[in-house]
Design a protein around this ligand. Structure first.
Ligand code: PLP
Length: 442
């Protein structure tokens, strides 16, 4: 099995052929907490990392291991760590290289939960997050100093759906010695951030990877392409003895195994200590999702394009936000970084503002009103009153959330049925708006 295979094949085969114990073709759910050691010598070798194997399911598990290998292969990375949620993946990806007194530079265009983590919880931890506008990549350079440990951004952030300039910011990072961590949750298959120079990828696997809205999970993937030793002053956590692991220097300790210092440290120190472990059952669910991910992404993208075109032609809609319709620099970035589609997310604004938006949501019959994306089913939400509600008005505006904005996560139903539901809800919202206007006038 090589990673030169295509995504459709990798999603079915990477990291596993048959269960060594039973020859089972489907990946078994190893629902066990601990693993028997062969001998005291074996146990000692596992703990000191001179031998690799299973110890305890908080730190590694054979079902999760296949999921990790498959995700790493899909992204062209060297290794990965499955964690309990996308939030845990984001937090740990940074805590692995930054501690109190350090800073990171983040795009302003991030998920509301990420914004809260960065602006409040990380601040309490003593990690400063410098938010910069991603429309100019140079903003990342200008916010960097000697204590900057990472750049962070989302490939396809909603609500703006402006594709992040991965190539440009990764190049600045290479120059200054700062790794770029990309949250690729909204763009699996259609974007491979490592191909554009990114160094670490995080996922909320809750979304498209699982794909069926059943399980919460996260993943951190290491490209192996960042030179932590070259920038030893910037990364003491990887280049100086770690007192929590009998003085291991991570860049040296695992060198014979390949460029995996970052991801091994995340597993054997942070995952050990913080315990954001994924359950083997959820890893099994994510493996099921992965098998059809390339097919589903194709269909999500195709339906989203059809819905965006429908919305653009609707008289009650003032603006459609969809990466396939951006022009100028935003269009160029989408073309440069997305391959095979523009994702399943579509945003729009209605002429009737908040009231029209709420009537629209309340009138939906097929489309679900939930705070989620990446389900097989079509989902809708009004971010200003839900996902982005905890942000101040000013911060909402900065992240692109206006009062009348609706976000759709387009599913894989027949597009005609999705349009029929959107159409009747838009009609209800338009009638409601006209009635309200007439009542006001009277
Ligand atoms: N990143 C993005 C882009 C998200 O949309 C989400 C959740 O909506 C997260 C991270 C957090 O993931 P989780 O809900 O799995 O913790």
């Amino acid at each position: 099995m090589t990673t030169t295979m295509k995504p459709e094949t990798i999603a079915l085969h990477a990291g596993y052929r048959a269960d060594p114990a039973t020859n089972a073709v489907a990946v078994p759910i190893y629902q066990t907490t601990a693993f028997q050691f062969d001998s005291t010598e074996h146990a000692k070798n596992l703990f000191e990392l001179s031998d690799f194997g299973n110890i305890y399911s908080r730190i590694m598990n054979p079902t999760s291991d296949v999921f990790e290998q498959r995700m790493a292969a899909l992204e062209g990375g060297v290794a990965a760590l499955a964690v309990s949620s996308g939030q845990a993946a984001t937090a740990m990806s940074i805590q692995n290289i930054a501690h109190a007194g350090d800073n990171i530079v983040s795009s302003t265009d991030v998920y509301g939960g990420t914004w809260n983590l960065f602006a409040n919880t990380f601040k309490d931890f003593g990690i400063e997050v410098r938010f910069v506008d991603p429309s100019d990549p140079e903003n990342f350079r200008n916010a960097t100093d000697a204590r900057t440990r990472a750049y962070f951004a989302e490939t396809l952030p909603n609500p703006k759906l402006h594709v992040f300039p991965i190539t440009e910011v990764a190049a600045i990072g290479e120059e200054l010695g700062v790794p770029l961590i990309m949250d690729n949750t909204a763009a699996p298959i259609i974007c491979r951030p490592f191909d554009h120079g990114a160094h670490i990828i995080v996922y909320s696997t809750t979304k498209y990877i699982g794909g069926h809205g059943t399980s919460v999970g996260g993943m951190i993937i290491d490209s192996g392409n960042f030179d932590w030793e070259k920038h030893a002053d910037r990364f003491p956590m990887l280049n100086q003895p770690d007192p929590s692991y009998h003085g291991a220097i991570w860049t040296e300790a695992v060198k014979p195994l390949g460029p995996i210092a970052y991801i091994i440290k995340a597993r054997v120190t942070l995952q050990r200590d913080l315990g954001a472990a994924t359950s083997p059952f959820n890893s099994f669910m994510f493996l099921q999702g992965l098998e059809t991910l390339p097919l589903r992404m194709r269909e999500h993208c195709r339906n989203a394009q059809t819905i965006a075109e429908y919305l653009e032609s609707h008289p009650a809609i003032t603006r459609v936000i969809y990466p396939g319709m951006h022009d100028g620099e935003q269009g160029r970035r989408a073309d440069q970084h997305l391959n095979g589609g523009h994702g399943g997310l579509v945003g729009f604004e209605m002429s009737g503002g908040v009231e029209a938006g709420r009537t629209f949501i309340d009138s939906l019959e097929l489309v679900y009103h939930v705070a989620n994306i990446g389900d097989t089913r079509t989902l809708a939400i009004h971010p200003a009153s839900t996902t982005h509600q905890q942000l101040s008005r000013e911060d909402q505006e900065k992240s692109g959330v206006t009062e009348g904005y609706i976000r759709l996560s387009v599913g894989i139903e027949n597009a005609e049925d999705i349009i029929a539901d959107l159409d009747q809800a838009l009609t209800a919202a338009t009638i409601g708006e006209t009635t309200a206007r007439l009542t006001k006038a009277a």
